[in-house]
Design a protein around this ligand. Structure first.
Ligand SMILES: [Zn+2]
Length: 486
């Protein structure tokens, strides 16, 4: 049994100026793929042979360049063609995130799946495992025989999901069942910060899947929340059910759709949220320390560019106006160079040149035109951000790094010389706080800052979404589930 395995894994904000390309992707090929995915098939090497295509995975970012996507595609489809011409292919297993935005394309994953189907023909099973924050277009749904996604967010069931898809493709090849599948589009688009499965209504909604699968005798049932930071018709919730009985598959899809729509009013941010000014005022006035502020609109963990300074400017201004002596750390800003304003204009300093500025107080020009008069305190090294520098105006410190990063662990702060407990206010670019930060926080606010992953979706300039769609058209328009059967 020869199973071709490959895929593409990125969520990319179309509202980001960042472009995700070769340097952003970790690429698995050859033996790397066999090792990574072979763990799901105990019989690999004997009954099952994994035919490696290519799998590329990147941190969330901006739209993927066509250059990268073309290069990925040339290798992926080239290897698939070779495999078909060589020993043949009995099945194809796709590992796709589902929220890739590629410049000039509306539905990259659907296109990939459709092209695979075109190449292998109708008789070769194709299975696909996704992230529940991915999008399921009709094109994608129609092209694959089996489709599943995570059932938890944060995603603690990634391995289980990958294994489910692997087992499904083996079963499809071995048993040749008459598998039916249903899809229902749910007209809701929500950010992940409102749909965690660790709180209601996410817990119960996803919790119903196992029961529905058992009761209807299904192969599988999945719920997608979709990815909100792309302006594409496919961005919305979706449900897919699979099984051998048409009636059961259809009934189960309708049942989950009703449940999903039924809890639409209950999705709420997993923590306290505020607009920028009140959040800053609350943090400056609070005695809780450290008080965490999440600059959510630029969260690189969801596709933010990591370079916005709008919230920092407001915080800095309020801080100076209040004459606050509080210790504040802002983590962080991505900037490949730092401008230094002098008599003859602005000189862009690369990170290699910044150590010689340590100890000096200068007018620094940070991204988006933020003039920050600060002392260059010290350099540090961040595992993903590379060279970093601490810039301080009194007790307000800004961490700047030469590559995109996210300060999500205590260790990273310590590397930069910051002890969380010594700070009154810590600003991070994320949505809900990572576990170590959450444990350290005496209080916190998720701030509704603008950016590439603005959590206040209705203020983003969408044009191509499928309407009606909550929250854009309210939550109370009429919806009756339409079941798409294949
Ligand atoms: Zn996800």
């Amino acid at each position: 049994m020869r199973i071709a395995v490959g895929g593409l894994h990125i969520e990319s904000s179309e509202f980001s100026e960042y472009r995700s390309s070769f340097e952003d992707f970790r690429v698995l090929e050859g033996e790397g793929i066999v090792e990574r995915y072979g763990i799901y098939a105990p019989e690999v090497g004997d009954a099952i042979e994994i035919v490696p295509l290519i799998h590329a995975r990147a941190l969330p970012g901006g739209p993927v360049t066509l250059e990268f996507f073309d290069a990925w595609g040339a290798q992926f489809f080239g290897l698939l063609e070779e495999a078909m011409a060589g020993g043949g292919v009995d099945g194809v297993l796709l590992y796709l995130h589902g929220a890739a935005s590629v410049i000039g394309m509306d539905d990259p994953e659907g296109w990939i799946a459709a092209r695979v189907r075109e190449m292998v023909g109708p008789g070769v099973p194709v299975a696909c495992a996704m992230d529940l924050h991915g999008n399921v277009s009709d094109q994608l749904f129609d092209a694959v025989d089996y489709l599943t996604c995570y059932r938890t967010a944060p995603h603690v069931d990634e391995a289980e999901t990958e294994m489910r898809a692997f087992r499904a493709i083996v079963r499809l090849i071995e048993e040749r069942p008459q598998l039916h599948r249903a899809k229902v589009d749910i007209p809701i688009l929500l950010p992940g910060e409102k749909t965690s499965t660790e709180v209601e209504p996410g817990t119960s909604l996803y919790g119903m899947l196992e029961r529905v699968i058992a009761e209807h005798g299904l192969w599988d049932a999945s719920i997608w929340m979709g990815y909100p930071w792309a302006d594409q018709p496919r961005c919305h919730g979706a449900i897919v059910t699979l099984g051998t009985s048409i009636a059961e598959v259809e009934a189960a899809a309708a049942e989950i759709a009703d449940a999903y729509w039924g809890v639409r009013h209950e999705f709420a941010f997993v923590g306290p949220t505020e607009a920028e000014e009140p959040a800053i005022a609350a943090a400056l006035a609070s005695t809780a320390r450290p008080f965490f502020l999440s600059d959510m609109g630029d969260n690189p963990g969801a596709g933010g560019f990591d370079d916005t300074t709008g919230f920092l400017q407001k915080l800095h201004e309020a801080y100076r106006e209040a004459g606050s002596g509080k210790r504040v750390t802002y983590a962080s800003i991505y900037t490949p160079t730092i401008g230094v304003r002098g008599e003859r204009g602005v000189m862009e300093m690369p990170f290699e040149a910044i150590p010689m500025l340590v100890g000096r107080t200068l007018t620094l020009v940070l991204p988006h035109g933020f003039d920050f008069c600060a002392t260059v305190e010290r350099m540090f090294l961040d595992a993903t951000g590379g060279e970093g520098v601490v810039l301080a105006d009194g007790n307000l410190k800004v961490l700047a790094t030469q590559a995109r990063t996210q300060f999500g662990t205590r260790r990273q702060f310590e590397n930069a010389g910051i002890t969380l407990e010594d700070e009154d206010i810590v600003v991070v670019k994320m949505g809900y706080l990572e576990p170590e930060l959450s444990a350290a926080a005496e209080d916190w606010i998720m701030v509704l800052t603008p950016g590439a992953v603005d959590q206040d979706l209705v203020r983003l300039p969408y044009e191509h979404l499928t309407h009606p769609l909550a929250p854009f058209d309210g939550f109370d328009f009429a919806f009756s589930p339409e079941v798409r059967m294949r």
